[in-house]
Design a protein around this ligand. Structure first.
Ligand code: GLN
Length: 423
């Protein structure tokens, strides 16, 4: 039977299991691994008649913001090939921006759909935590991981979200909530005047001036449309990165323990004893960022550090971040912020892990609070690099940020512009 999705190609980040296809997570550890089954999202795409189109590059195990952590290659930004495309869903964003594929899936643990979408000038959205089944998606940090969609338009992304969302008996954390027809919601909401919150903290030090200008121009556009604009406070912003890098690494250290050289992974040919097989396979199979995160995760979970400092406190901060958003949402329908503090930087420009971690500042809190978020193109820098606007919604209310995003899209031509590669 024909469906409205029949024959439409969609690209997959190399983190989604597709039966009979390689699944590398851009890691030497899984270089020769072939998935024995379909992820639930892949099953859904196939059942709708969509054409699964290749495997897309990423940062190793979704850890990174640029694709520079891929064990195999660096993906270039189609707007300027000397620049990063963002990450970790780098290939997904770049492929859609370059017009190689109209749609792609990524995963967003701390911003990995929204941030590359912003840097590549496409739409990228993640729904509320639990909306989309994680079954068959290689795990990074299970309490944060959520699949998301890349598209050229908001309604394109909404159509795929609608297909993917829904409870799954194979994922106990998938939400048993009714899934609205997001496309209809967008249509029904046209012309509505919403109340938007603009958090002061997200426009402070460290924000690139061109990004600030473009995002504030977008806020002004909404004002002119008759929206109510409210300055709000989200004071927990500055704690987001620390809490995220404790919780995400702790979960990653546990999730990645399965890659041990015994079963389906890379096995070191240099090992002479069983113990060496474990240790050498892991030290040779994982890249340096993945090892850094595993070590950090094991450290914060170690018995002395656990309650004394890190993990416990990070969980408390996570709750405070959630409360901060919940308080704001008493007065506003959605929150507007920049997606990334700066447009795409040159490949190789960020030399320390910390400088890369800081680029997640506006996205990680959304994952810690489990909220839906979307990034849409809202302008270009003087060097013609895309700038992204982030809209954040209440839990299980994807329809509102999608509708607000579409209102902006309809009033501008940013989404229609083509990158140098692919035009
Ligand atoms: N850049 C963030 C990190 O490195 C987010 C990654 C993600 O969302 N998968 O952890």
């Amino acid at each position: 039977m024909l469906s409205e999705y029949d024959g439409i190609p969609i690209g997959l980040k190399d983190i989604f299991s597709e039966k009979g296809q390689p699944l590398t997570c851009a890691s030497k550890m899984l270089e020769h691994y072939v998935s024995p089954y379909d992820a639930t999202v892949v099953e859904r795409l196939k059942a709708a008649g969509m054409v699964l189109f290749g495997r897309l590059n990423m940062d190793e195990f979704a850890m990174g913001s640029s694709s520079e952590n891929s064990a195999f290659q660096v993906t270039h930004n189609p707007w300027d090939v000397t620049c990063i495309p963002g990450g970790s869903s780098s290939g997904s964003a770049a492929a859609v921006a370059a017009g190689e594929v109209p749609l792609a899936l990524g995963t967003d643990t701390g911003g990995s759909v929204r941030q590359p979408a912003a840097l590549c000038g496409v739409v990228g959205t993640k729904p509320t935590y639990g909306r989309i089944s994680r079954y068959g998606i290689a795990a990074f940090a299970s309490s944060l991981d959520q699949a998301g969609v890349f598209a050229r338009t908001v309604s394109g992304a909404a159509a795929i979200l609608k297909l993917l969302c829904g409870a799954d008996p194979k994922d106990a954390t998938s939400a048993r909530r009714e899934v609205p027809d997001f496309c209809k919601e967008i249509q029904n909401n046209r012309g509505k005047k919403w109340t938007l919150g603009v958090p002061e903290e997200y426009f402070g030090d460290g924000l690139d001036s061109e990004v600030k200008e473009a995002v504030l121009a977008a806020v002004d556009f909404y004002k002119q449309q008759g929206y109510t604009i409210k300055p709000i406070r989200l004071e927990t912003l500055e704690y987001g990165i620390s809490a995220y890098y404790i919780i995400a690494t702790a979960e990653a250290s546990s999730n990645l323990a399965r890659y041990d050289g015994v079963r389906y992974t890379y096995r070191s040919p240099n090992a002479k004893t069983t113990e060496e097989m474990f240790s050498l396979s892991r030290s040779e199979g994982f890249g340096s960022e993945v090892k850094r995160r595993i070590l950090l995760g094991l450290y914060v979970l170690s018995s002395v550090e656990y309650d004394a400092y890190y993990y416990d406190n990070a969980q408390k901060v996570r709750r405070l971040i959630y409360n901060d958003f919940a308080e704001a949402f008493k007065n506003v329908d959605a929150i507007v912020t920049p997606t990334s503090p700066a447009p795409a930087t040159k490949i190789g420009a960020k030399s320390t892990p910390l400088s890369v971690y800081l680029s997640d500042i506006y996205t990680v809190s959304v994952n810690l609070a489990g909220l839906p978020g979307i990034s849409i193109p809202c302008g270009f820098s003087k060097s013609n690099l895309p700038i992204g606007l982030q809209l954040i919604g209440r839990p299980f209310d994807e329809g509102t940020p999608l509708s607000i995003a579409e209102a902006f899209e309809g009033g501008h031509d940013f989404w229609e512009r083509r990158s140098r590669i692919g035009s």
